[in-house]
Design a protein around this ligand. Structure first.
Ligand code: DC
Length: 214
């Protein structure tokens, strides 16, 4: 189990996907699970601040992440729909709810139990898999993260000022919530990717994995 945590736009997604491909591991994007649950709650008219109702919906939903990156919930392809500024906000709301987190953390522990998994999120090394073989905390400056998010072809975004503003609000929400807040595990390797091209980050991480797992 390789646990990758960090704020949005730091490069976790590309890193986790590439490392999983190279190792033949399964990639699990837990942020997409919070997004898909938020999408489903909006679809069903469930209030995004009702922990009990959203948790119930999350425990009934069938969530799947396919190898090509397609995300489905109850058979609906939501790959594109969950990556909009509105869904950034909706996902951050449901991610604050303790019962919802408990349900999703349980599902994530189940998905990772065979070990050959690269799982990315905010609380993977701290809560979901505190005994992961390797923990990484991927970071970058706020400006660089906003720039990457604005340039991300899989994510609809408005102008840079809005991206930076929204991201700051989500950073605050992610790091101040009471359960599963974003924080670096004591034994996680910290990597600042602000001025590193992604290939260099991948190379560095593959070296760490070779050292750790052999
Ligand atoms: O990584 P992302 O931006 O797709 O995540 C969407 C939201 O879900 C974001 O507000 C952070 C939250 N999240 C979380 O609380 N815990 C995780 N393990 C993954 C994401």
């Amino acid at each position: 189990m390789i646990a990758i945590d960090g704020p949005s736009g730091a490069g976790k997604g590309t890193l986790a996907r590439t490392v999983a491909e190279r190792l033949g591991y399964t990639h699990v994007d837990t942020g997409a699970m919070y997004r898909a649950v938020a999408w489903k709650a909006l679809e069903e008219g469930v209030p995004l601040d009702n922990d009990g109702l959203v948790a119930n919906l999350a425990s009934r939903a069938r969530y799947q992440q396919q190898a090509d990156g397609t995300i489905t919930i109850d058979g609906h392809d939501v790959t594109k729909a969950i990556r909009t500024p509105e869904m950034d906000k909706a996902a951050a709301s449901v991610a604050r709810l303790p019962k919802v987190r408990a349900v999703l953390v349980g599902q994530q522990q189940d998905m990772g139990k065979d070990g050959a998994v690269v799982m990315e999120g905010r609380d993977i090394g701290t809560v979901v898999f505190p005994k992961a073989d390797l923990k990484l905390y991927i970071d970058a400056s706020a400006e660089e993260r906003a720039r990457r998010r604005a340039a991300d072809p899989t994510h609809t975004a408005s102008n840079m000022t809005n991206v930076q503003y929204d991201m700051a609000a989500r950073d605050k929400s992610d790091s101040t919530r009471q359960v599963g807040a974003l924080s670096k595990a004591d034994d996680a390797v910290y990597i600042d990717t602000t001025s590193m091209p992604i290939e260099q980050v991948v190379h560095h991480v593959l070296m760490l994995i070779t050292d750790k797992l052999e």
